[in-house]
Design a protein around this ligand. Structure first.
Ligand code: HAX
Length: 422
């Protein structure tokens, strides 16, 4: 990966010089203030971490290296990984080199299968995926090189780990899927590209439509700056100079929360409950009543709302548009579409949620199920595989630009009370 390392070496040198200049000349510049509401409100909206791979503009949505995600919807995961890492588009030779590199690194160690077999049969697939990923930590180049490598050069073994992990993600996800649901092994030829390997490993047969869906699914969810719980957990863990296995594992643990990545499975669970109670033809008025009952029971509506976005999530829009092209008349898609309308109207009428629109988790599970993956607990693993692309790139970049250990201050409640009286 000579060209990739040359680009990164140059880019990181420049970034370090710029950071040092900014710190020396403007270290005391105020770029944001902190309100009591933010301290008590999950640090919402505070600008306090650097992330160059992507940004989430409340009124525009996800920008990957400055480009609206819709412009990248037809890109491959490999292209997006390169773009996230370097800030520039790979040419065909770059892409070929990356694909060849991933091909060489993709095989899984022999102990992964017995490890997964030994796990309880009802393990959540996310737990299996994460346990297997963490089991491979002893192979970390970063961990191995740490004691003999200057801090400024740690991005190099971090990149090695990132390439190993990226290469292994499809086969690992497929193995977890097949193992967890008792499906027979699939032979994935050595020359299969990243998306095709994942698609073949999951579906068990070649299917161009499924592959195309998966490519778009992965790309639109590949990064969401580093303020979201998943990426933030990965970033904070990596900032301690833990290797990428630990960092990605931390991120995946964060993604496994119900109001974060598990919302995809929860939305489909809600749809199933709805169709069991009211049938597939439930109309918007009936759906609204069911949603009101859910809210009255003190539960959230999964798949709606967002901590940053103040518009309909472009990732939702892209995948919704794709699903509509394929499944417009499918009863499940029609039911989901009525839920999107009823949920948005209800949240708008209530006025409590700052974002009343469906988010990406409201469509991913629906799309995966319609595409042939019925096991809803598996959806978060695929979200994790996608977001890992961004987390891997972010961690390499963070080591490259010398991001320091993350250590904000906490405030006792009594101090806030005292400050409010002053
Ligand atoms: N259902 C019910 N109430 C909701 C809601 C929803 N979908 N979204 C927001 N609210 C409520 C909040 O709970 C909050 O209530 P309180 O004032 O009683 O605390 C109020 O509306 C204001 O919240 P907000 O400022 O609009 O939203 P937050 O930044 O606090 O939370 C969440 C953002 C995404 C966590 C939230 O919208 C939510 O819980 N949504 C449902 C779960 C979900 O879909 N999560 C996935 C989000 C996308 C993602 O990260 N994917 O991984």
């Amino acid at each position: 990966m000579q060209r990739l390392t040359t680009i990164l070496e140059h880019g990181f040198q420049q970034a370090r010089a710029e950071i040092s200049e900014l710190l020396n000349a403007h270290g005391d510049l105020v770029i944001d203030d902190v309100r009591l509401g933010q301290v008590l409100g999950g640090m919402r909206g505070m600008h306090c971490i650097v992330c160059d791979t992507s940004s989430v503009d409340p009124s525009v949505g996800l920008l990957i290296r400055g480009r609206p995600v819709i412009e990248l919807q037809d890109a491959s995961p490999e292209e997006v990984f390169w773009l996230l890492l370097t800030g520039c588009q790979p040419d065909s030779a770059d892409l070929q080199e990356l694909q060849d590199e991933l091909e060489q690194r993709r095989s899984l160690p022999g102990y992964i299968r017995p490890l997964l077999t030994a796990m309880p049969a009802d393990s959540h697939p996310m737990t299996m995926f994460n346990a297997a990923l963490l089991a491979m930590q002893h192979e970390s180049h970063f961990a191995g090189a740490y004691h003999s490598t200057a801090k400024a050069d740690l991005w190099r073994p971090a990149l090695e780990d990132a390439l190993d992990l990226l290469a292994r993600m499809p086969l690992l996800a497929a193995l977890v899927y097949r193992q967890r649901y008792g499906l027979p092994d699939v032979d994935i030829p050595a020359s299969t590209d990243w998306t095709s390997g994942l698609a073949l490993g999951l579906l068990g047969r070649e299917d161009q439509q499924f592959r195309a869906m998966l490519k778009r699914y992965v790309v639109v969810q590949s990064d969401h700056e580093n303020g979201n719980v998943c990426a933030l957990s990965g970033h904070v863990t990596g900032s301690t100079l833990a290797d990428l296995y630990y960092a990605i594992s931390a991120g995946l643990n964060g993604l496994a929360g119900h109001i974060h990545g598990l919302a995809a499975q929860d939305f489909v669970r809600f749809l199933d409950q709805l169709s069991a109670d009211l049938g597939m033809d439930a109309d918007e008025e009936q759906i609204r009543l069911a949603l009101e009952q859910r809210l009255a029971a003190g539960r959230v509506i999964p798949g709606f709302g967002h901590a940053v976005l103040r518009l309909a999530d472009p990732r939702f829009e892209i995948l919704y548009g794709y699903a509509a092209e394929q499944y417009l008349d499918h009863p499940s898609f029609r039911l989901a579409s009525r839920v999107y309308r009823a949920g948005k109207k209800l949240l708008q009428d209530l006025g409590r949620a700052k974002n009343p629109y469906p988010n990406v988790d409201a469509i991913t599970g629906v799309l995966l199920r319609l595409s042939g993956i019925p096991q809803l607990e598996f959806y978060t693993v695929l979200f994790g595989v996608s977001l890992s692309i961004g987390m891997l790139a972010q961690n390499v970049v963070s080591r490259g630009i010398g991001s320091p250990i993350v250590r904000p201050r906490s405030v006792p409640l009594a101090e806030l009370r005292a400050a409010s009286r002053a």
